[in-house]
Design a protein around this ligand. Structure first.
Ligand code: ATP
Length: 263
């Protein structure tokens, strides 16, 4: 039986905004799709949708997120921030930083982030974030941050991920309590969200954790492949790419795939 339920989550959660409203499913298509429906019906900020299994988990660009039952943390949070639409990536930043802190605090593993949305352990992907937002008349109506984290996942059960993915149990050689990890993540997100609302930007801390800056990279966009030097990331989370002819290009997270380049 899964240890996750709305009651068990509520019992140990020390927050006053994030996760005050909890919607739990043992199996669900996609937590992001469900929470977007709730957001449109007026669900409050901080609403948490969490599932033990996702049958249609989404990555970026229509890619799939794989998560067999009982192995992962699969959740989405609803934010109604007072930000411009182009600043929505700040929510990705605070959630990924809170996930990194929670994993490191609970397990002692060291966590890196990969622009724009991956959580890595020893160079392999242990989690991903999918941020989606809705705007009305040039203002952010809401932002949904979906998070998928491989907790007690034996990678050998998913041959398509072998060599590129990992999980906490895989790295530690023992299982980790999903509930304890979830509490830490949600508490960390709440602290960071409150700082953001006070005007403190997560940008510098986020950039410090990104492993793909200062490197030669290959950016695949819908219009072709660009090679260049990943120079930095601006306050809105766009990648600054210096191309071989000296141009500086600003790359938005939405429609690109970033790979390290060895050429
Ligand atoms: P990439 O990380 O490969 O540059 P991306 O950031 O666009 O791509 P996402 O859209 O966040 O990736 O996630 C989807 C991709 O992640 C899938 O195409 C698959 O390769 C990989 N993936 C799917 N499920 C998992 C999982 N449980 N753990 C690690 N990686 C996964």
């Amino acid at each position: 039986m899964s240890e996750l339920s709305a009651e068990s989550i509520r019992r140990g959660l020390k927050t006053d905004l994030i996760g005050q409203s909890i919607v739990y499913y043992s199996s669900l298509g996609s937590t992001n799709d469900l929470i977007k429906g709730l957001a449109a019906q007026g669900a409050p900020e901080g609403t948490l949708v969490i599932a033990d299994e996702q049958t249609a988990g989404k990555g970026r660009l229509g890619r799939k997120w794989l998560a067999p039952p009982g192995t992962s943390l699969l959740l989405s949070l609803l934010f109604r921030p007072d930000l411009a639409p182009k600043q929505a990536q700040r929510l990705t930043m605070i959630c990924s930083l809170a996930i990194a802190d929670a994993i490191e605090g609970l397990t002692g593993l060291s966590v890196d982030l990969k622009w724009p949305n991956d959580i890595l352990i020893r160079g392999k992907k242990a989690g991903g974030i999918l941020t989606e937002s809705e705007t009305t008349g040039g203002y952010l109506d809401y932002v949904v941050v979906g998070m998928g984290l491989n907790v007690n996942l034996a990678i050998s059960t998913l041959p398509e991920l072998r060599g590129m993915a990992t999980s906490l149990s895989q790295e530690l050689g023992r299982e980790v309590s999903r509930l304890e990890l979830l509490w830490k993540i949600l508490e960390g997100i709440e602290i960071r969200y409150k700082s953001l609302r006070r005007g403190e930007l997560p940008h510098e801390e986020w950039v410090a954790r990104l492993i793909n800056l200062g490197r030669q990279v290959q950016v695949t966009t819908p219009h072709g492949v660009l090679m260049g030097w990943a120079e930095g990331v601006d306050a809105d989370g766009a990648l600054i790419l210096r191309t071989p002819d000296g141009q500086r290009k600003r790359i938005l997270a939405g429609d690109v795939t970033l790979r390290r380049s060895w050429r």
